[in-house]
Design a protein. Structure first.
Length: 304
């Protein structure tokens, strides 16, 4: 299926290395754990998460009195899933927090090039398929071509795009987006925003202004603030997440381009270290290449 296809690179690299490790070591000893640690770090699982995991594994191996490396395979996948769900707020498959029968607003944030516009297009398609009426607001008035790109997605998916001219005030675009979505009785408004990180303070001020407009117009909105991160950027994505987390209440992550990396372990690091749920993963450039994130399927997919 799509999920497996999209993760082929990570799976190929990860399960290959684990198999190799298990073949090389008959006994589960200190060296075995050291090599495993390296494999996990090279898959971008993240240092802190790897340390947690190795500690847990060692305890479990002791508890179950495991001697044979072959037996440890199952324990590794179990612990990977546990690490992901370690946070009690984690759900099996993360759902978007949308209101039934009234307008919900989803604000997208993230730096340029991570796949924000593409993700909005894909999500618009997904929600439309579910029978929801969707409106898009072209709040990235800064990046050249961003408005046109969103319009192309709008046409492709068959949803209306609210826009102003390039360089105009994003908060004004979002305000118009909200009014349009209300008057069309839309179910969901998806808002694009700029992602220039060269001037962090300006960008964060702009995002707060946009958020305030939404809050003022619709009590309880935005219902989701989704941070889009590019899985191929590894630890860079982690530091972006920290920056945005400080500036705004991020409610979920969309991790894009998982199809383009062997380092899919970043998903576990995000959940374990930042405590933000991964709501969707991007597994390609097409309209249908956005999947809800399911940690168990993800981890077990790595080993199959
Ligand atoms: P933005 O600047 O954040 O709005 O980024 P764009 O939406 O323009 O995406 C940047 C590039 O990444 C485009 O070429 C997209 O087609 C590509 N892209 C986005 N998501 C994915 C994904 O999940 N997989 C792959 N392979 N490419 C993606």
């Amino acid at each position: 299926d799509k999920y497996k296809e999209g993760l082929a690179k990570t799976r190929g690299s990860f399960s290959g290395k684990i198999n190799d490790l298990i073949a090389r070591y008959r006994k589960v000893d200190e060296d075995f754990f050291e090599d495993l640690e390296e494999i996990l770090i090279s898959a971008d699982v993240g240092m802190a998460t790897v340390m947690d995991l190795i500690d847990e594994l060692k305890m479990e191996v002791k508890r179950q009195n495991i001697k044979d490396s072959e037996q440890v395979r199952e324990v590794i996948s179990e612990k990977l899933v546990e690490i992901y769900y370690g946070d009690e707020t984690a759900q099996e498959v993360e759902q978007l927090n949308l209101k039934d029968g009234e307008l919900s607003v989803v604000l997208f944030v993230g730096v340029n090039g991570v796949g924000k516009t593409t993700t909005i297009g894909k999500l618009a398609h997904k929600l439309t398929q579910e029978g929801k009426k969707v409106v898009l607001a072209a709040g990235d008035t800064f990046r050249a071509g961003a408005i046109e790109q969103l319009e192309i997605w709008g046409e492709r998916v068959g949803v209306e795009v609210i826009k102003h001219s390039a360089g105009s005030d994003p908060a004004a675009v979002i305000y118009d987006g909200v009014q349009a979505a209300k008057s069309r009785q839309a179910d969901v408004l998806l808002c694009d925003t700029a992602g220039r990180l060269q001037n962090k303070v300006n960008l964060m001020n702009e995002l707060s202004k946009v958020k305030r407009v939404i809050e003022r117009e619709i009590p309880g909105a935005p219902h989701e603030v989704l941070l889009v991160l590019d899985a191929t950027t590894g630890q860079n994505a982690m530091s972006q997440a920290k920056t945005f987390q400080e500036a705004t209440d991020v409610t979920g992550i969309v991790l894009t381009k998982l199809d383009g990396t062997a380092k899919g372990g970043i998903v576990l690091a995000i959940r374990n270290e930042l405590h933000i749920p991964v709501k969707f993963v991007g597994l390609g450039e097409k309209m249908t290449d956005l999947q809800s994130f399911d940690a168990q399927a993800f981890v077990y997919g790595l080993f199959s």
